[in-house]
Write a protein that binds this ligand. Structure first.
Ligand code: SP5
Ligand code: ZN
Length: 349
């Protein structure tokens, strides 16, 4: 199985994030997550690591607002230039706004902090020097994986795995959120959509608000997200069952919000419903937003999926028999990430 991975992510390591109540925490979405996954993959006999190709900015600008991407590209340098205290100790700093564009107006602010509050949704999408470069490399992993499953010389009986970091599914058309800056799965799905219909199934524990935002008015990309109910869980404002699309996109988005404590039995029943929707849609390609934070024991999740559960989820997705790109999203029980990832993937190969 081809695994698209770049080492560029390592320097994207904000020294903290802010939790509820302003609590300063070590950044959960850390580079060590990848080490656990890499170690486990290297122990298998089917992992074929490939560097991503450079796709330029066009496939990203088809999904994200240009001014947002321009903001991401220069935010850190501008922040550094604006504050001598940051410039004196950049490694102790992460760029975040303290004011947010609540129920935003169409007016984009002209100042750096104004823009930050407009383009960032929360206090876990911290920007440091390497953020933009890492986000680009991450998107290129997803695009390269998409390219590999759609090129005619390849054997499609197994998926390509985009081992993306930073993750992407919380990033919307014009905003960063929840450790995500560029929506890798959406960039890949949009790129594939020029060749046929695409379905995105998001199994990360958190609602795929960014993906929902990006494709809400489209009928050529079916989007489905299974997640902790926003009634109690981040991202709080989006991911409810009655959000089903708009305009020609009505009926092409499905949210499955689930209660805290959801176990494997309950989860697999919902996964079957999602699989049925995908079969009815009959896409040419499938993109999986694969978050491992549904694992029982994830510090940010409240579901009870066991390590065997990931095997079962992988089997059911593979049984759809659709050329698939699996895109890495969240998952913060670091020591279990390797096994969970291998378990999810190994029934495809
Ligand atoms: C990609 C991904 O999984 N992003 C998740 C971002 C979640 N940010 C949540 C911040 C709120 C933390 N509240 C945690 C309570 C833990 N007991
Ligand atoms: Zn998540």
């Amino acid at each position: 199985m081809k695994i698209f991975y770049s080492e560029v992510h390592r320097k994207h390591y904000p020294p903290f994030e802010l939790f509820d109540g302003g609590k300063r925490m070590p950044y959960f979405e850390n580079p060590e997550r990848m080490d656990w996954i890499l170690d486990a993959l290297k122990k298998t006999d089917w992992a074929d690591f490939v560097e991503p190709a450079d796709f330029g900015l066009n496939p990203i600008l088809e999904v994200h607002d240009k001014d947002y991407i321009t903001f991401l590209a220069s935010a850190w340098t501008e922040w550094l230039d604006s504050d001598p205290e940051v410039a004196a100790a950049p490694e102790k700093n992460a760029f975040l706004p303290a004011t947010f564009a609540l129920r935003r107006t169409p007016r984009v602010p002209s100042t750096l902090l104004g823009k930050a509050g407009y383009y960032i949704m929360d206090l876990s999408a911290c920007i440091v020097e390497a953020t933009y470069e890492a986000a680009l490399a991450s998107a290129y992993c997803a695009l390269s994986a998409a390219d590999s499953i759609s090129s005619s010389s390849e054997n499609h009986s197994y998926p390509a795995f985009a081992l993306c970091r930073p993750p992407g599914h919380h990033a919307g058309k014009d905003y960063a959120a929840g450790y995500c800056f560029i929506n890798n799965a959406s960039v890949a799905a949009n790129w594939l959509s020029s060749k046929g219909k695409v379905a995105i199934l998001d199994i990360d524990y958190h609602a795929g608000n960014g993906t929902q935002d990006i494709f809400f008015e489209r009928n050529d990309i079916l989007t489905i997200s299974i997640h902790g109910d926003p009634e109690y869980e981040y991202p709080h404002y989006i991911g409810f069952a009655d959000e089903t699309g708009a305009g020609i996109g009505v009926g092409f988005h499905h949210n499955f919000p689930l209660p805290a404590g959801t176990d494997e039995m309950q989860y697999l029943l919902i996964l079957n419903k999602a699989a049925r929707l995908i079969k009815e849609f009959a896409p040419k390609y499938l993109v999986i937003s694969a978050g491992m934070d549904i694992f029982d024991g994830d510090p940010l999740g409240k579901f009870k999926i066991t390590q065997n559960g990931f095997t079962e989820i992988g089997k059911r997705i593979a049984a759809l028999g659709i050329p698939t790109v699996v895109v890495m999203e969240g998952g913060y029980a670091n020591e279990a990430l390797g096994t969970n990832t291998v378990n999810l993937l190994e029934n495809f190969k």
